[in-house]
Design a protein around this ligand. Sequence first.
Ligand code: PMT
Length: 407
Amino acid sequence: MTETVLVGVGGGIAAYKSISLCSQLVKQGLRVRVVMTPNAQRFVQPLTFQSITHEPVLTDVFSEPNAQEIAHIAWADLASVYVIAPATADLIGKLAAGIADDPVTTVALAVQAPILIAPSMNVHMWFNKAVKENISLLEKRGILVLTPNSGPLACGYNGPGRLPEPEEIAAQVVHLIRRSRDLVGLHLLITAGPTVEDLDPVRFLSNASSGKMGYALAEAGIARGAEVTLVSGPVHLNPVVGARVIGVRSTQQMLTAVMQHWSKADVLIAAAAPADFRPVSPLAQKWKKSDGVPVLALEPTPDILANATAVKKIGQSVVGFAAETRDLVKYGMDKLERKKLDLVVINDVTEPGAGFAGDTNHVILLRRNGTLQDIPLVSKRVVADAILDEVINLRTAQDFVVGAQET
Ligand code: PMT
C-alpha cells in the first residue's frame, strides 16, 4: 500500500521550497497531500501543490473537498508522517499551545503519525526565548524538530533560520516511514512502573517510578510495528493502544508475568523499578498506632532480570536499566556483567529532568564491548526510539547471544 505523507505549509517565504519537497516525496513513490495555512496561500498558490502531487490541497477546514468525509480527520488518519515545512514562529507557538485555528494546526492535533517540523524564520526570532521554549515543549511531546540551516536569510540577516534543504527534509521523512515498520515481526516484552510490597492492608513499600519510560518504549515499539507485551506495576497512565498490558502489583507478580511471556518474546526491556525488598510477613490487619512503632523484617524480592537471563535462548536479547546516582558507567558496567545483559541503559536519577517521574530522560547506552552512546536530555519517547534503534543494531551484531542457551 502506498504510504501517505501530509505536508503542512506555513506562511513564510520558504514556502516555495515546499514545492521541491513535495516533488521529491512524490518521486520516492509516496502519496503526498498538502495542507496550507491561509498565509501560506499568500506565498504559493494551492494549484501549484495540486499540480505537483496530483492530489487535492486542504486550504480551509470549513470547505470540505469531499462531502463523504471530514477532511482534517480523514487526512490525519491516512498519514504515515506529517511534516510541517516551513514551520513559522507563529505556527510553532500555536502547536505548543494546542491551538487549532487553521488547516495545518487542526490536522496536527488529529494526526497519530510522527510529526516532523522544519522551522524557518529570522535569526532573532529563532533565538527568541518564547520560540526556544515552544520548541523545547514540542520536543518533549515527541515532535521531531529539524535544526534550521545557517546562511543568508530573506530578511537580509545572516545566521540560523534557513529552512533545511528539501533533500534533507525528504530524507528524514523517508527515514521515519522506514522506521514505522522496522520492528515488524519482533515481540518486545517490556516492564514498566514501580512494584508495591504491602506491609499491611493500608501501607506499602514502593518507589517514585511513574511508568513513563516503560510506556514510552511500548508506544515506540507499537509505532514501529512490534508486538508488545507490557508488564506494568501500578501507574496513572493511559493503557498503550495496541499493546498487551498486564497489570501487576508486587515484584513476585511482575516476575511471574514476565516468565509467562518471556519464552514467546524476542527482546526483554526492563524499564520497571521493582521493589528490591519486601516484608517477611505482611500483616493481614492494619497495624494500629496504639500497637507502637513496628519493627520491619525485610527480605530481598526475586531478581526478574536474573531469572529471565537464566533461561535466555539463542535469538533473545535482554536490555536492562540502571538507576544510578554516581559512577554511572562503573555501576552500569557492573550491572551489564552481573545480570548478563546485552545492553544497559544508565540514567542518573539525581539529574534534574532525568530518571523518575518526568517526561524527559538523559541516558547512556552501554554496550557489551564497552562503547557508550550518550542520549542527551530529551523526551522519554525520543529516548525510547534511541533504545529501540540500538536493539536493532545489537540484534544485527553477533553479541546478542551472550548467556543464551541452545533450546
Ligand atoms: O518510570 P519512570 O518514572 O519513567 O522512571 C524511569 C526509571 C527511572 C524507573 C527507569 O528509567 C529506570 O531506571 N528503571 C530501572 C530502575 C531500577 O530498578 O534500577 P536498578 O538499577 O535498581 O535495577 C537494575 C535493573 O534490574 C533494572 O532493569 C530493573 O528493572 C531490574 N530489576 C530490579 C530489581 C528486581 N528485583 N528485578 C529486576 O529485574
